[in-house]
Design a protein around this ligand. Sequence first.
Ligand SMILES: [Zn+2]
Length: 62
Amino acid sequence: MDKHMYEQCGICEEKKPYGIHLYHLFICQDCEYNMVHTEPREVKYQYYLEKLKPVTRPTLYS
Ligand SMILES: [Zn+2]
């Protein structure tokens, strides 16, 4: 049995042993690297921002 603590990455949603915690989210090394090397103008960047949104969002009044 692998004793390693695997956590589910909030970006790729795979269980990874290594990564960082950003706010409420665990981000694996691969995704962290990808994020760092993603330009804000890229579509992927928006995807990451969506994932990084805090769980508690302000209530929308309409
Ligand atoms: Zn990941």
